[in-house]
Design a binder for this molecule. Structure first.
Ligand SMILES: Cc1ncc(CN)c(N)n1
Length: 215
């Protein structure tokens, strides 16, 4: 393969990839027109997503093939468990989210589908497959967030964008891609095809997740 593995995966994940990155949900975040009702349901479901995402990061730490990679992945766990978690708590407070919706909400079908994909990959996938799902989740979020033309007034909107459009997050996504490119170069055709299937499924999950909070 002459091009990067991650470019190859992404090209084969259209039109869903562009549907995530240019989703109308993100435009409403940028221009302040996002109704609280939509933002609330999205963040409640996303907090549940983050739980399984964290477990997937943990599986990546366990299955990585070298110490330097484990260190990098563990650094990302630190962000999810500190700044990002605090953001959710402050936003739940601002939006008046009740305790039961913070800890044990009824899950949307889109959340269940994403959770099932992450759990299956965590339990049965190898390092490259786990990286494929992590890369979709982080790279799509970087790509929509960097499209923001300005910082919205509402901190719930502004900080959700900033968490995914800052130099550290950009560097993390660059690392994830280079890691998947490195590991992908060693895969045979069948293993690459498995990564592609997961990459495409995860991209479709991202579209469905935004769609579930927009109409
Ligand atoms: C559904 C979803 N996808 C990705 C991300 C970014 N980690 C997120 N918070 N939520």
């Amino acid at each position: 393969m002459s091009e990067n593995f991650t470019d190859w995966l992404r090209e084969r994940s259209e039109p869903d990839w562009t549907a995530v990155v240019e989703h109308p949900f993100t435009d409403a975040l940028f221009d302040g027109s996002m109704p609280d009702e939509y933002m609330s349901s999205y963040l409640v479901q996303d907090y549940q997503f983050v739980d399984d995402f964290l477990a997937l990061l943990g599986a990546a730490v366990a299955k990585a093939d070298r110490y330097a990679s484990r260190l990098k992945l563990a650094g990302s766990i630190a962000v999810v468990t500190s700044e990002e978690n605090t953001y959710f708590q402050r936003s739940f407070e601002a939006l008046g989210i009740v305790e039961s919706d913070r800890v044990d909400p009824e899950l949307d079908p889109a959340t269940v589908a994403f959770r099932d994909l992450m759990r299956d990959t965590r339990d049965n996938g190898g390092y490259a497959e786990i990286l494929a799902v992590l890369t979709v989740a982080e790279w799509t979020y970087l790509e929509w967030a960097v499209r923001a033309p300005a910082k919205p007034d509402n901190f719930v909107h502004a900080e959700w964008i900033e968490l995914h459009a800052n130099p550290d997050f950009q560097e993390w996504v660059t690392w994830l891609r280079s890691e998947l490119d490195r590991v992908g170069a060693e895969l045979d055709e069948r293993e690459r095809a498995r990564c592609l299937r997961l990459f495409q499924q995860a991209t479709k999950c991202e579209v469905d997740f935004f769609n579930a909070h927009w109409d």
